[in-house]
Design a protein around this ligand. Structure first.
Ligand SMILES: [Zn+2]
Length: 247
C-alpha cells in the first residue's frame, strides 16, 4: 500500500497530500497546484469540467442506462443494486496541436503498383490521461472541452476525490506525439499499402491541465458485480459491463 505523504500548500498553508509517483498535486482547500519534486508552484492553465450530477441525479442516469439497449436483461434496472458510487476528478493533459504528416508510399492494390505521395494535416485536442495505471477508456472519451472553466476548488463536491498527476507536461506531450503519429500511420493505410518515407511536423499550440469528473459505479446483479463508468460532464456511459441476457 502506498502511504500518503504531505507538504504545505504555498498559497494557503494547508496540507497537500500526495502518494509516491504523483508529481502534481491540487490543494483541496484552495485549488493551488504544487509540483511535488521541486515544491514549486505551477504556472500553466488549469481547467475544470464541472460535474452536472449529484448522488440522486446520477441514480437516474444509471437507471436510464440500465433500461436502454436491447442487449441488457429486461429486469436489470429492477434487480440491480448499486454497491459503489464514486465521483473522481481524473487529471488529463489536453495537447492542442496541428500535425502534418507527409508521406511517400506504394499503392499495391492495382497492377502494376504505383508510388504515391500525400499529406495529412489535422488539428487535435489530444487527450492524455495523467495516471499510469488505469482502465479508463480514454479512446471512448470525447471530452466536452467547450464546457471547461478555470479550475475552481469550490465546485468540487465534499464526497468527491481529486486525483493528482503522475505524468508531467513534457511526458504528456511526447505521448501525444507518438499516439498522433500512430493514428496518422493508420489513416494513410487508406492511401498506400507500404510507406517508403514519412515526416511528421508536430506543432503544439497549447497544453492545458484539466480535471474531468468521472463516476465509477459498481452494481450487483444476481450476485455478480459489474462496473459502469459515466462521464459526469455529459452523463454518457463511457464503459459499462452488461450481464448476459437470458433469452
Ligand atoms: Zn492551498
Amino acid at each position: 500500500m502506498a502511504v500518503a505523504d504531505s507538504i504545505r500548500c504555498s498559497n494557503c498553508g494547508g496540507p497537500v497530500e500526495f502518494k509516491p509517483g504523483e508529481i502534481i498535486a491540487t490543494c483541496r482547500y484552495c485549488g493551488f497546484l504544487t509540483v511535488i519534486e521541486t515544491g514549486k508552484t505551477f504556472d500553466f492553465e488549469h481547467s475544470l469540467l464541472p460535474n452536472k450530477f449529484d448522488n440522486e441525479q446520477i441514480n437516474v442516469v444509471i437507471h436510464n442506462w440500465m433500461h436502454s439497449g436491447f442487449l441488457k436483461p429486461s429486469d436489470l434496472a429492477r434487480k440491480s443494486k448499486i454497491q459503489e458510487r464514486n465521483l473522481i476528478y481524473l487529471p488529463f493533459w489536453v495537447v492542442s496541436a496541428e500535425v502534418t504528416s507527409k508521406y511517400k508510399g506504394i499503392f499495391e492494390r492495382i497492377a502494376p503498383p504505383i508510388v504515391k505521395e500525400g499529406e495529412i494535416k489535422k488539428e487535435y485536442n489530444w487527450l492524455v490521461l495523467a495516471r499510469k495505471a488505469s482502465d479508463f477508456p480514454t479512446k471512448e472519451y470525447d471530452v466536452p472541452l467547450e464546457g471547461k472553466i478555470p479550475y475552481d476548488f469550490r465546485k468540487i463536491e465534499e464526497f468527491a476525490k481529486v486525483l493528482n498527476s503522475e505524468i508531467d507536461r513534457s511526458e504528456a506531450t511526447e505521448l501525444a506525439r507518438q499516439q498522433i503519429e500512430a493514428h496518422h500511420r493508420y489513416l494513410l493505410q487508406k492511401d498506400v499499402d507500404r510507406i517508403i518515407e514519412m515526416t511528421v511536423d508536430f506543432n503544439v499550440k497549447q497544453i492545458v491541465y484539466l480535471h474531468a469528473p468521472v463516476w465509477f459505479i459498481k452494481y450487483v446483479y444476481k450476485g455478480v458485480s459489474y462496473q459502469l463508468i459515466i462521464d459526469g460532464a455529459s452523463g454518457f456511459a463511457l464503459k459499462g459491463d452488461i450481464p448476459a441476457a437470458n433469452f
